[in-house]
Write a protein that binds this ligand. Structure first.
Ligand code: AMP
Ligand code: MG
Length: 418
């Protein structure tokens, strides 16, 4: 599956900035073109393949916004209360639309079509009935009050949903309001995932004393699933260049993206980089990001391959900045830029200039009601508890060198990242 052109990209310098890496991904990843039709109930989270223009206005007909009495605006009482004979009754769903008689009121309910000629509705709470059964209407109501004109929500023909949009429940609701039963979406992105490391065993297998259960793979697969991908679980590959190279080559054709975790550092037992280079081309290597630094991207037979670090927190953070934009680019999605929310730092922090850093924090309300980010007490990139026990990441830009308590910082909730 050729998503990336194979011509060699000369990576410039040892540490690439996050923005530069994202720029390369956007420029080089070719979106898949295959489209499929899915029932509305399965549309949530999928990427819309083509614009959807309103095949009918919403609401489709002018109707009452309240339970009450419909009148003609020309008949509205001007100076004092006025009694109107009530002729007719229209419920929601009623198909008969008797024209209103001048000087009369029509009993009407929320969602019911306006009788021809009527254009204003009194709320039932604002009126009373007199002994003769007439409705007594007060003065002062504006012409057109409490009426929802046809098309006030969405006019006929309006491009209401856009190609590349990642559909949410409310988007599916809009398609349903248009009467659609199916929707055209980009087919799911197929991602092959494997872990690398001689120390890893899968949960369910016996674990030797110096081994640990592979946790990254399940985290990454769950993150990919949230991004709407179909995931192939390829298990664990040993720390061996030939096995890695063979594994990468074998799955490249049948997938849109290959994701690995572990073995991307520069230690003697880190073989992912060499394996990628032996069967494909390296596109980016080492980003100026913490946690994360070693993270690589290559192209194998046209299929992008991303090597994430093995430390769980580094793996998580680099997933957000490299894998997420790649998956969205493959799906032709409008890139949803992560917008950090301003919060008050309740911690001190020092960092290197020219490197993007992410601090794991818990969010809470300060005594004055302002949202405050408290740093997780320990910093290790291997601490899974630091992801489990926090609410999100504070983003510290390349230019920042220190943070003092009380300073405003940008917060990204975990929920907003996927
Ligand atoms: P590496 O990137 O291979 O140097 O690994 C860095 C650290 O992350 C080591 O302590 C590994 O044991 C650990 N690690 C690597 N892969 C995984 C994984 N899939 N799940 C949990 N920890 C891992
Ligand atoms: Mg390793």
């Amino acid at each position: 599956m050729a998503q990336l052109s194979d011509d060699c990209f000369a990576f410039g310098g040892p540490l690439m900035s996050v923005d530069e890496a994202v720029g390369i991904i956007a420029a080089r990843v070719k979106p898949v073109q295959e489209v499929e039709s899915v029932p509305l109930m399965e549309a949530d989270g999928r990427i819309l393949a083509a614009d959807i223009s309103a095949p009918l206005p919403l609401p489709p007909f002018t109707n009452s916004a309240v339970d009450g009495y419909a009148v003609r605006s020309g008949d509205l009482p001007r100076h004092g209360e006025q009694a109107f004979a009530v002729t007719g009754r229209v419920q929601a769903g009623a198909s008969v639309r008797q024209p209103i008689e001048p000087g009369h009121a029509v009993r009407i309910f929320t969602g019911a079509p306006m009788p021809e000629g009527a254009d204003t509705v009194f709320m039932q709470e604002d009126v009373r009935l007199d002994e003769a059964g007439k409705v007594v209407l007060p003065p002062g109501l504006k012409p057109g009050a409490n009426v929802r004109p046809a098309g006030e929500d969405i006019p006929f023909g309006h491009a209401a949903l856009k190609a590349g949009q990642r559909l949410r429940p409310q988007d599916a609701a809009l398609a349903a309001a248009f009467g659609l039963t199916e929707i055209e979406v980009i087919r799911r992105i197929r991602v092959a995932v494997f872990s690398t490391g001689d120390e890893l065993v899968s949960p369910g297998s016996p674990r030797a004393a110096a081994q640990l259960f592979d946790s990254n793979r399940i985290m990454l697969m769950a993150m990919l699933a949230r991004l709407g991908c179909v995931v192939s679980d390829l298990g664990i590959i040993r720390d061996d260049r030939a096995s890695l190279a063979a594994g990468l080559k074998k799955v490249a054709d049948a997938h849109d993206l290959i994701l690995t975790t572990g073995g991307v550092s520069t230690g003697e037992e880190d073989h992912v980089k060499a394996a990628v280079e032996s069967v494909g081309t390296l596109v980016l290597w080492r980003m100026a990001i913490k946690p994360g630094r070693p993270v690589g991207m290559g192209i194998i037979g046209g299929t992008p391959c991303i090597g994430l670090p093995g430390n769980p927190v580094a793996s998580f953070v680099t997933f957000v900045h490299v894998v997420r934009p790649t998956v969205l680019a493959l799906a032709g999605a409008i890139q949803q830029k992560l917008v950090p929310m301003p919060v008050r730092a309740a911690f001190t922090y020092k960092k290197k200039i020219a490197r993007r850093e992410y601090v794991r924090v818990v969010l809470s309300k300060g005594a004055d009601g302002v949202l405050e980010a408290t740093k997780f007490p320990r910093e290790g990139a291997g601490l899974l508890s630091s992801l489990v026990d926090t609410d999100g990441l504070v983003e510290l830009g390349e230019e920042v060198t220190q943070v003092e308590p009380g300073q405003t910082v940008g917060f990204l909730s975990y929920a907003s990242l996927l």
